[in-house]
Design a protein around this ligand. Structure first.
Ligand SMILES: [Zn+2]
Length: 143
């Protein structure tokens, strides 16, 4: 269910602390946009503009954001696209699709930012050779 099917846009320098529902606040200063979740749950949706996150299209009258906005971290789990200022509902994703999307995002960021973009998932060597038993075989066999 979507409360809003249209978003107004407002170009601002600072994103206001309290987001007005139904308005997309766009700050070029901070290269980001923010809006109150279009389902009406009131969650704050932040969409930064970077080559690997969102891109904004402004045709002089309407705004579009690409790719889609998937609010998986909110209880509503809404998923939609802002296209020419209209909210276009997108199909909900399965857990697998969400995981896949996150992986794709990591890959895109890695490709763009290189290895500097830190991902702290160090592979630890598995230590299964602790149980080496030193047997003291004293074979005091004389010749
Ligand atoms: Zn919502």
């Amino acid at each position: 269910m979507m409360l809003h099917d249209y978003l107004q846009h407002r170009f601002v320098t600072n994103i206001p602390r309290l987001l007005e529902p139904g308005v997309l606040f766009i700050s070029f200063e901070y290269a980001t946009a923010a809006h109150s979740c279009c389902c009406g749950c009131g969650e704050e949706v932040i969409t930064p503009f970077t080559p690997t996150d969102w891109e904004l299209t402004f045709d002089g009258e309407t705004i579009s954001l690409w790719p889609s906005i998937g609010n998986w971290d909110f209880p509503c789990r809404s998923h939609y696209v802002i296209e020419r200022s209209k909210i276009v509902r997108a199909r909900p994703w399965s857990e697998r699709r969400i995981a896949y999307g996150r992986t794709q995002d990591k890959i895109a960021k890695f490709r763009y930012y290189g290895a500097d973009h830190k991902d702290s998932s160090d592979s630890q060597p598995s230590s299964s050779s602790d149980d080496v038993i030193y047997e003291q075989n004293k074979e005091a066999s004389g010749n």
